[in-house]
Design a protein around this ligand. Structure first.
Ligand code: ABU
Length: 478
């Protein structure tokens, strides 16, 4: 081997060794989830400035160690901050291969293997959803998938808009719940419809869209001269993990001839589980679905599928027939470029294919069942302890709650709410500073509540108990 080859070989072997040690160290609870530093201090610790002269490749493994040391350990079993977490060796292998083959998903010619993998995954995801003739494509994340669904709905209702833009008489209106992800509102903004075109429909006490309220909102919109065209249902809301009643919403969209999109970024993965797939009952009646394997399937970010019930919709909406790529003869089955919003597109399906090979459908089903059991266990543990209150009855892997320390329990009304709010945000800030746990919070019913999410299958009952102990302990000192 040449000298350059030997250096590359030795350095990549060292990098692989560091990667394996890093993953193994996630089991060590004495290593913090994060070592937070303000930007000025982090910049002082790590020299990130770019240089005129390059450095030897072998030196970069020390930079790799620094990056790993100062990054948040999202694979740590006490990382509860986001709807992703954990780590999966098969997907990591897929990510490495994606970097090695370094290609783009627009043509079969450029990405033959990855294209066939994506086609197979989309076929199987559509089968799980119940889209018999469905099509789909991967997107950079759930926000993009939701935008693609909104664009496809517009293509059906206002086919002139692709070429002409909207006409004055169009007056499009779309509907989402008050707990839906903000990306649906942003889609209205990006598409030039304006945020005023988006109607936010109230939810019930568990955070599910109320079908009667949707019906009323559509009737009011029609009476105001608008043209309703799109309803976004959420399967697994961002904060509470609530599932909208898809079948009931489908009855309403069928009646009014509206596009029904299911944002199942979080919830899609429950389709593997015989125990929990009823949460998505009726999803096969939707026109489109967003499903993010980087959430409950444990695949590294980003991995988001946009699924359509009817074939041809994505091409009709997005195709530009770029001559320099397709040369006037795009293969409608295997040149995926015209289905997508992107031109250059990562081979995100590849890491999912490797993960699916390793786990199979049954592995994902077990994972869903396990995460739901852990969430139920956390809920039971929480309600059994003094001072902890659920703010929503959990429906899936998210548990929203507050803790009222003993000294605040005699307070009532606004003074209690304000004191508990201050305590919650301060405890969360201290916890983040100390780095032993990372737990998010969100505004629920007007004031902050902790949001626990069970997304890492390596989290144990001890980890969850330790979190509640920590909240109690920190709350006493505030
Ligand atoms: N796209 C929603 C992600 C929210 C979260 O990770 O908490």
């Amino acid at each position: 081997m040449s000298q350059l080859g030997t250096e590359i070989d030795a350095t990549l072997q060292r990098a692989a060794q560091l990667a394996a040690e890093y993953l193994a160290s996630h089991q060590d609870r004495s290593i913090p989830v994060a070592r937070p530093l303000p930007p000025s201090e982090l910049l002082a610790v790590m020299n990130l400035s770019l240089r005129e002269q390059g450095r030897p490749f072998a030196e970069l493994t020390s930079d790799m160690e620094e990056v790993l040391t100062h990054s948040v350990r999202t694979g740590h079993p006490r990382f509860f901050n986001q709807l992703f977490g954990g780590w999966d060796p098969a997907s990591i292998l897929g990510e490495w291969i994606a970097a090695l083959i370094n290609t783009s998903m627009y043509t079969y010619e450029a990405a033959p293997v990855a294209t066939l993998m994506e086609v197979e995954i989309i076929r199987r995801m559509n089968e799980l959803v119940g889209f018999e003739k469905g099509e789909g494509v991967f997107a950079p994340g759930g926000s993009s998938s939701n935008l693609m669904a909104t664009l496809a709905a517009r293509q059906r209702k206002f086919p002139h808009a692709k070429k002409e833009g909207h006409r004055a008489e169009d007056k499009p209106a779309l509907f989402l719940s008050t707990e839906a992800h903000y990306s649906v509102l942003r889609a209205a903004s990006i598409m030039g419809l304006g945020l005023n075109a988006a109607v936010e429909v109230p939810c019930d006490a568990e955070g599910r869209m109320i079908p009667e309220a949707l019906e009323l909102a559509i009737e009011e919109s029609l009476a105001a001269g608008q043209t309703p065209f799109f309803v976004n249902a959420t399967a697994g809301t961002t904060v509470a993990g609530a599932f909208d009643p898809i079948s009931q919403l489908a009855d309403i969209t069928d009646k009014h001839g509206l596009w029904l999109h299911v944002d199942a970024s979080l919830g899609g993965t429950v389709l593997f589980s015989n125990r929990h797939r009823q949460l998505m009952a009726g999803v096969e009646r939707a026109d489109s679905v967003t499903w993010n394997p980087h959430k409950l399937m444990g695949v590294p970010l980003a991995c988001s599928a946009t699924l359509m019930r009817e074939p041809g919709v994505l091409r009709a909406t997005n195709a530009m027939d770029a001559d320099y790529l397709f040369h006037g003869k795009s293969d409608t089955c295997y040149d995926l470029g015209d289905l997508s919003l992107q031109c250059g597109r990562r081979v995100d399906a590849l890491k999912l294919w490797f993960s699916w090979q390793a786990h199979g459908d049954s592995g994902f089903a077990q994972r869903v069942d396990h995460l739901f059991e852990m969430a139920a266990h956390f809920r039971e543990n929480l309600v059994a302890r003094d001072g902890f209150e659920l703010v929503r009855e959990p429906q899936s892997i998210s548990v929203c709650f507050r803790y009222i320390p003993e000294r605040l329990r005699s307070l009532t009304g606004e003074s209690r709410r304000d004191a508990v709010s201050t305590c919650t945000t301060r405890v969360r800030a201290q916890m983040t500073e100390q780095g032993r746990f990372l737990l998010n919070y969100a505004t629920v019913d007007g004031s902050p509540a902790y949001r626990m999410v069970l997304v890492n299958a390596r989290t144990t009952e001890e980890d969850m108990t330790a979190l509640l102990d920590e909240i109690e302990r920190l709350s006493e000192d505030i």
